[in-house]
Design a binder for this molecule. Structure first.
Ligand code: HEM
Length: 135
């Protein structure tokens, strides 16, 4: 009897870079969590939370959504979203680390990075509403 291999789903590869970067943020976020626990110094708790939630959770979800819906993933809006998210988060993580450990001079940099991160989320939302299509 002849067996047939089931067809693979036609997922786009466009989300791969998002998913790989998300895992990099997960590694950094988890390492911060382990260091906080080991040192009993929880000052960087909000940095840990944002790296894990914006870096890992939000980017992994974007990667999965962009893989399943290539019209959205390959759009210009997705590229804008990618750069806004991946420029703002490292700047936010570093400046927030300084601010929560006492360097209040970096508050304007932190505020700017938060605005850019929020803009990235708005672009993501617009992309989803305009380009998520069933085939
Ligand atoms: C092995 C992995 C992880 C370790 C060791 C870890 C460790 C920690 C520690 C020590 C705290 C501070 C708890 C306290 O202040 O009492 C914390 C808070 C937190 N973690 Fe994690 N964590 C891990 C993974 C994650 C992941 C994957 C996420 C999200 C996707 C996450 C989200 C949060 C949030 C939202 C808080 C609360 C932050 C706050 O109250 O400001 N953590 N974690």
């Amino acid at each position: 009897m002849q067996t047939t291999t089931p067809a693979l789903p036609a997922f786009s590869r466009v989300g791969v870079i998002w998913l790989k970067l998300a895992v990099v943020y997960l590694i950094i976020g988890v390492a911060m969590g382990i260091m906080m626990g080991a040192s009993k110094n929880f000052a960087l708790r909000p940095v840990h939370a944002h790296v894990n939630l914006l870096g890992w959770a939000t980017m992994a979800l974007a990667g999965l959504i962009y893989s399943v819906f290539p019209d959205a993933g390959e759009s210009k809006l997705a590229r804008v979203h990618f750069w806004l998210a991946n420029i703002s988060l490292p700047v936010m993580a570093v400046s927030l680390s300084f601010v929560v450990t006492g360097s209040r001079g970096l508050i304007p940099v932190l505020a700017m990075s938060e605005i850019v991160a929020a803009l990235g989320i708005v672009v993501f939302a617009v992309n989803i509403f305009l380009n998520l299509k069933t085939r």
